[in-house]
Design a protein. Structure first.
Lengths: 342, 326
């Protein structure tokens, strides 16, 4: 297993090289002048363009330029993002933890609701519970996420006032950046617990709930579907009959026997969805003013912030490989027949 | 009839139907028999005749769509079909156990053999996990799994087919049931392993004075294990007799055909005699005897009306040809 993990990690640089090089090639479609103009804010300094082109070597061949980017990236310098007004590395460090937190919260909700609804749907096939579960999940799936997000905001913030309108936490300025709050991980929920500050924890939770719930509604339909069909398949298998024949209670038959087998395809789907969420969820981040990485990526693309785009895609590629590796490891935990040796 | 109080299982007019999108199909048309303590009843028939459906009805674990439409199943004077689901659960695996055709798929692939054995004990006995484990290990040894203690931690895929069936047998017998239902327990196994498994079941059955319902299509197995034989055809019992009687004097043309098609090592035949045609499909309604279309001795009456079971000296047969002799 260690060997397998090492081998997969050795593949990581290859994937990253491939992704970033292709993207870099794309940026070369812009002429050196166009790229140089991105550095010049003031129209009066247009005369300095040639200077900029020479200074940054924008006319060098593509391998040389890519090599320069790679060289500094390896030293942790991803360049300066003019769309975020800070170095790319700092921007990722600033925005990624919030997204990781949102992705975790969402995937936990998706798994909870997906597995629950899917199981009920399968066990009560064609009864009202099944029909209700399918209607809810398909309904959620069909509702555009910006409509759903705004509706939830209207209801839970506007009418009921249960949840804040958006943001990461109202305590960022005073408490979190204050002297008594130590940021260990950047993930505020975990940091709050580590600091023993339950007020911050509760506040971050409240801010997290609506965006996570919106994302969950939008993507748990697929999970219900997969869980339902996988559960139906397992319930028809011989070992389930054996479990019934030996006098196990129906709960044990469904959850302990069929459920554990049915969850294997769910892991695949969940890891794909999780990685997708890590890449950022622009719409939800925008509606709830959530300071996540998705907005950074989109802004960088809109403003032709090449350093930002390159840094963002580098991050996504790394997360993608690691996420897939984690889901492979998770398989072995559930299914003893899967061995990660060769 | 003096052994009446030792009757552990009595099936009366058992009818099973399957509800499908195409309509309802009756697959078992009224089965009657009783089974005494320590005796083995073999239920014989070809694929689709209702053997397995009958076995699953005994535990009320028919697949979805299946329904017992009529009849009674008495276990020691208690009607299984009138029990609550909790009473039924307590019966399954503890009083009436079952082993299945394909041992490799009948065990949960992702749970250890030990966990699957101990949970059976724990489902029925108020005992500690440690005690249940000890019971499981003892049984694994008894069914001939070497290194039982170490192998408890292994998964079904780490065992051979024969070993899996041994584990299934251990699981079925761990609570000393009164009745063992074996649904083609050796069909999926290699011929050499078949004999071992059969011997194991037979030995344990005699040791524990268990009654057993042995479902098979293999007549040579019947001769080895059974006391009584029930021949099923198209969802009907067509013949029922003691094993000696049936093998020496088969009365139904179908049974005669089955016995004729047995392979014997001694006489070298060119071609095995076979019964022409196919059994009726489930749900197909026949006005006459279900075997009539394939029967070499069928007459007009056979095609018109279903013969009742004629009984003579405990030998039951469903055939018009036996009418006058009954």
């Amino acid at each position: 297993m260690t060997r397998y993990i090492l081998r997969r990690l050795l593949l990581l640089p290859l994937v990253v090289l491939g992704v970033t090089f292709l993207l870099f090639l794309l940026t070369q479609r812009l002429s050196p002048e166009m790229r140089a103009s991105l550095y010049i804010k003031d129209p009066r300094q247009m005369g300095a363009m040639e200077e900029v082109i020479v200074k940054y070597g924008l006319r060098d061949n593509v391998f040389k330029q890519y090599g320069r980017w790679l060289g500094s990236a390896l030293q942790g310098d991803l360049g300066y993002s003019h769309s975020a007004n800070m170095p790319v590395a700092s921007a990722i460090k600033e925005y990624l933890p919030a997204t990781v937190q949102l992705a975790f919260a969402t995937i936990i909700l998706v798994l909870l609701f997906g597995i629950w609804f899917g199981t009920v749907s399968a066990v009560k096939k064609d009864k009202w519970q099944d029909i209700a579960a399918r209607l809810i999940s398909v309904g959620g799936f069909s509702l555009p996420i910006f409509v759903l997000g705004l509706l939830l905001l209207m209801l839970f913030y506007g009418k009921l006032g249960w949840f804040p309108p958006g943001g990461y936490s109202v305590m960022t300025d005073v408490t979190i950046h204050g002297p008594n709050f130590h940021q260990y991980t950047g993930l505020l929920l975990i940091d709050a617990l580590l600091n023993g500050n339950l007020r911050v924890f509760w506040d971050v939770m409240r801010h997290l709930f609506l965006p996570a719930f919106t994302l969950c509604i939008g993507s748990f339909a697929l999970m219900v579907r997969v869980m339902r069909s996988s559960m139906l398949e397992e319930l028809g298998k011989d070992y389930v009959r054996t479990a019934r024949a030996k006098g196990l209670a129906e709960r044990a038959v469904v959850y302990r026997h069929a459920g554990k087998n049915a969850i294997i395809p769910v892991i695949t789907l969940a890891s794909i969805q999780f990685i997708r969420l890590l890449g950022g969820t622009v719409i939800v981040e925008t509606i709830f003013q959530y300071p996540g990485i998705g907005r950074f990526g989109v802004t960088a693309a809109q403003q032709l912030d090449i350093a930002g785009i390159m840094g963002f895609s580098l991050m996504v590629a790394v997360l993608f490989v690691i996420g897939n590796l984690l889901s492979d490891i998770l398989y072995t935990a559930v299914d003893p027949r899967i061995k990660l040796s060769e | 009839m003096d052994a009446r109080k030792d009757t552990v299982l009595k099936v009366q007019d058992l009818k099973v139907a399957f509800h499908t999108e195409l309509g309802t199909a009756e697959v078992l048309h009224g089965l009657d028999y009783q089974l005494e303590k320590g005796k083995v009843l073999a239920v014989v028939g070809e694929s689709g005749c209702g053997k397995t459906v009958h076995a699953l009805s005994l535990l009320k674990i028919l697949p979805s769509g299946g329904e017992i439409t009529c009849g009674h199943i008495y276990f020691k004077n208690k009607d299984i079909l009138s029990l609550s689901s909790e009473e039924l659960r307590k019966l399954r695996g503890a009083k009436i156990s079952m082993i299945f055709q394909d041992p490799m798929t009948s065990l949960n692939p992702i749970r250890t053999v030990g966990a699957q054995l101990t949970e059976t004990v724990l489902a029925h006995r108020k005992t500690s996990a440690l005690r249940a484990q000890a019971t499981a290990i003892r049984l694994l040894k008894k069914v001939g799994i070497p290194n039982a203690k170490e192998r408890m931690k292994e998964y079904p895929f780490q065992f051979s087919g024969g070993q899996c069936q041994r584990i299934m047998i251990a699981m079925a017998l761990c609570l000393h049931p009164d009745i063992l239902i074996a649904d083609e327990p050796t069909t999926a196994l290699d011929v050499t392993v078949q004999a071992q498994i059969l011997k194991l079941i037979k030995d344990l059955q005699t040791q524990n004075q268990m009654a057993a319902v042995f479902i098979t299509h293999n007549l040579s197995i019947v001769a080895d294990v059974a006391d009584e034989v029930l021949v099923l055809y198209g969802g009907y019992c067509v013949e029922k007799a003691s094993v000696e009687e049936l093998f020496s004097r088969p009365l139904h043309p179908y049974t005669q055909g089955l016995l004729c098609s047995l392979v014997s090592v001694r006489d070298k035949q060119e071609k095995l005699p076979a019964i022409e045609g196919y059994p009726p499909a489930a749900g197909q309604t026949l006005s006459g005897c279900p075997f009539a279309p394939r029967c070499p001795k069928a007459c007009a009456k056979c095609h018109e009306s279903l013969p009742p079971l004629f009984t003579k000296n405990g030998h039951e047969v469903r055939c018009w040809l036996r009418e006058e002799k009954a």
